[in-house]
Design a protein around this ligand. Structure first.
Ligand code: NAD
Ligand code: DAU
Length: 342
């Protein structure tokens, strides 16, 4: 089996590539990644020199390149992680989200159609369903109601993928997952950003009242779920994946501070994210009933391991925060009334 994994130098993609190479000693993985600010070859040092892994720097919007890769490497299946993934960045500048997330997915689907691919797994998100009130959970039949430019671009990609199944019989599956955390997550996202700020005694910027709720899942559980869907999922189906761990942002931040033995006075409430979704919660019952999957890693354990990973891997994150991240941080948080990171 040869898999084309796109976005495999990002957070979840790199974890997935390592997971699959460990689990299937006979699989080959071609990893296509543009290496945007979020792509990092250092995420893949563990598999450096592994002959079953081929890294190619390139853009999923490049139709000729994508088709050539499918042909040259005799690709059986695509798992599409490549995306612009950060909601706040999509609020600042949305066009790259439309390009990569919508057009890029369209290019992959078209190439898959020509190549007669065996499987196409589109990695999507719970954010396509919009925001919940205090009760209820998202199921696969919940109507799509994306609120941010990021979420809308992901919903558009999902609809395109489903249309390619309906119209051309392409063997498409969609997974929609809740908020991931774990090693190699870029420190623009809540958990790694708070860990790094707490470790370096910087203010922790909590948006609004800190009462927004996310359903947290360890990245290893997400990878295991994608593996299962890829091998046992049904064409044309969508699968919700969740961690069964709903937490208010402020409580996530407090846990990080507690583990690091840092004072809560580091918390700084700042201006809210425009259009901020209040609550996400996934009903992943279909994954359990049909494929026998449930999340395994308890958040209490996973968050401690994750904090410890960032403690041990200072070299990895120091290189990131010393680069263009500085400008991003000033732009994003300076305007929210935070003092600069320095
Ligand atoms: P990430 O931002 O860490 O990684 C994205 C990767 O895609 C990067 O390596 C980047 O270089 C690459 N990329 C971007 N544009 C590209 C292009 N045009 N061509 C090729 N490569 C390109 O993102 P992540 O958090 O690892 O998310 C991966 C996928 O999972 C995304 O599709 C995202 O929507 C989805 N997802 C993420 C979460 C989460 O909590 N992080 C939850 C559910 C779904
Ligand atoms: O739900 C799945 C989605 O989770 C994925 O599809 C996205 O790719 C991923 O980025 C993530 O989106 P969120 O917007 O939920 O994640 P983020 O880490 O940016 O924010 C989590 C919550 O924390 C959200 O309510 C906003 C809040 N937050 C975030 C940051 C970066 C803060 O309060 N302060 C911050 O500095």
């Amino acid at each position: 089996m040869t898999l084309l994994v796109t976005g495999g130098a990002g957070f979840i993609g790199s974890n997935f590539v390592m997971f699959m190479l460990r689990r299937y000693p006979e699989y080959r993985i071609v990893n296509l990644d543009k290496l945007t600010y979020a792509g990092n070859l250092e995420n893949l040092t563990e598999i450096q020199g592994n002959l079953r892994h081929t890294f190619l720097q390139g853009d999923i919007c490049d139709a000729q390149l994508v088709y050539e890769i499918l042909e040259r490497y005799h690709v059986d299946a695509i798992v599409n992680f490549a995306a612009e993934s950060h909601v706040d960045r999509s609020i600042l500048e949305a066009i790259e989200f439309v390009r990569t997330n919508v057009e890029g997915t369209g290019v992959l689907l078209e190439a898959a159609k020509r190549h007669r691919l065996k499987k196409f797994l589109q990695v999507s998100t719970d954010e396509v369903y919009g925001s919940l009130g205090p009760e209820g959970k998202f199921v696969e039949s919940t109507p799509l109601h994306p609120n941010s430019p990021y979420a809308s671009s992901k919903a558009s990609a999902d609809l395109l993928a489903l249309a390619y199944h309906h119209t051309f019989g392409l063997p498409i599956m969609i997974t929609r997952c809740s908020n991931n955390y774990g090693p190699y997550q870029f420190p623009e996202k809540l958990i790694p950003l708070m860990i790094l700020n707490a470790m370096t005694d910087k203010p922790l910027p909590v948006y609004g009242d800190g009462g927004n709720i996310r359903d947290w899942i360890h990245v290893d559980d997400h990878c295991a779920a994608i593996d299962l869907v890829l091998h046992e999922g049904k064409d044309g189906e969508t699968y919700n994946i969740g961690g069964n761990t709903e937490l208010r942002n402020i409580d996530v931040v407090r846990r990080i501070l507690k583990h690091l033995n840092k004072p809560e006075s580091l918390i700084q409430f700042v201006e809210d994210r425009p259009g901020h979704d209040r609550r996400y919660a996934m009903d992943a019952g279909k994954m359990d009933r049909e494929l026998g999957w449930t999340p395994r890693k308890p958040f209490d354990e996973g968050i401690v391991e994750t904090v410890e990973w960032y403690r041990r891997n200072e070299e990895w994150w120091k290189r990131i925060v010393s680069g263009e991240y500085q400008q991003y941080y000033k732009m994003m948080y300076g305007e929210r009334g935070m003092t600069s990171k320095e």
